[in-house]
Design a protein around this ligand. Structure first.
Ligand SMILES: Nc1ncnc2c1ncn2[C@@H]1O[C@H](COP(=O)(O)OP(=O)(O)O)[C@@H](O)[C@H]1O
Ligand SMILES: [Mg+2]
Length: 273
């Protein structure tokens, strides 16, 4: 389905409630992914949830629209906090169930995936790009899914983060890992007002746009995509995040995609200005 934005609607992700009483291993293992919060692994733990269903749609969109065996997929949003890292982590883990997958934390201003999965990491993307470390040696592995994760260990603020993403070293890294993995998922910085993600657009086969339900207006999404032709042209579709599930039961498959689809276009019409 295509709505007024001209983008495919991939599905929605409900607002996930904190999971009380969930057991975590007491300490992260060196070289392994360690999930600090339940949202980071929700779709894997609840494969029949709306969250998991939406990620399956995103995979289908990627497989249909990207005509090559190795796919680089960027997760973007207009604003910070809409759920890029959450979607990127869950998407990468879902894909890792049946493919070889690398998740890269490419949000150097706000490395959310690293906070959630790799807080114990001592090196990552920056060491690979700036110090020539071998990518594989800086990756963590998820013992459950086999997912590899290249964190971003940011010890101080990086003034020119878009230049790092645009660098020849980043291009080389993506070319290399794209040949080694079926899917490379990039957790990218937000698109506005500073569009770091533009720098990387030529290296990305498809973008998934995360939109926070009730948070970002249709006009903001539209204006941003109008200004970013390269990203818009490769946009696989939109995921609506943090949808208040209301009457729907959170851990069961939801009834109807059309329900969301109608709410989706309705919502955007209402907020058009
Ligand atoms: N569907 C969701 N349900 C509950 N919390 C969510 C959901 N999506 C994101 N969050 C929370 O919202 C915050 C921002 O999400 P995050 O993925 O870090 O956004 P971004 O990477 O776009 O800045 C985090 O605390 C995250 O745990
Ligand atoms: Mg993030």
């Amino acid at each position: 389905m295509r709505d007024v934005l001209g983008l495919e609607y991939l599905g929605s992700v409900p607002l996930v409630e904190p999971q009380p009483g969930r057991r975590l291993p007491t300490e992260p293992m060196t070289g392994e992914v360690y999930r600090k919060n339940a949202v980071a692994g929700f779709a894997t733990e609840h494969p029949s949830s709306a969250f998991a269903e939406t990620l399956r749609s995103a995979r289908i969109a990627a497989d249909v629209h990207i005509d090559r065996p190795h796919k680089v997929i960027g997760i973007v949003s207009v604003l910070p906090g809409e759920g890029k890292s959450t979607i990127a982590m869950n998407f990468a883990q879902a894909l890792a169930g049946s493919a070889s997958v690398l998740l890269i934390d490419a949000d150097l201003r706000n490395p959310g995936a690293t906070r959630a999965l790799g807080q114990h990491a001592e090196e990552g993307l920056l060491e690979v790009l700036l110090e020539g470390r071998a990518p594989a040696s800086a990756m963590l592995t998820d013992p459950d899914t086999g997912l590899r994760f290249l964190p971003a260990v940011v010890r101080r603020r990086i003034p020119h983060s878009s230049e790092i993403l645009a660098s020849a070293a980043m291009a080389r890294l993506l070319a290399q890992v794209a040949g080694e993995f079926d899917y490379v998922v990039l957790d990218l910085p937000p698109l506005g007002p500073v569009v770091d993600a533009r720098a990387i657009a030529p290296r990305v086969d498809g973008f998934v746009m995360v939109v926070e339900w009730g948070g970002t207006s249709r006009k903001a999404v539209k204006d941003t995509l109008n200004a970013e032709a390269q990203i818009a042209g490769r946009c696989l579709g939109v995921i609506l995040n943090k949808v208040d599930a209301g009457k729907m039961k959170l851990y069961e498959g939801y009834g109807s995609a059309d329900y969301y689809a109608s709410r989706y276009s309705h919502y955007y019409h209402e907020n058009a200005s």
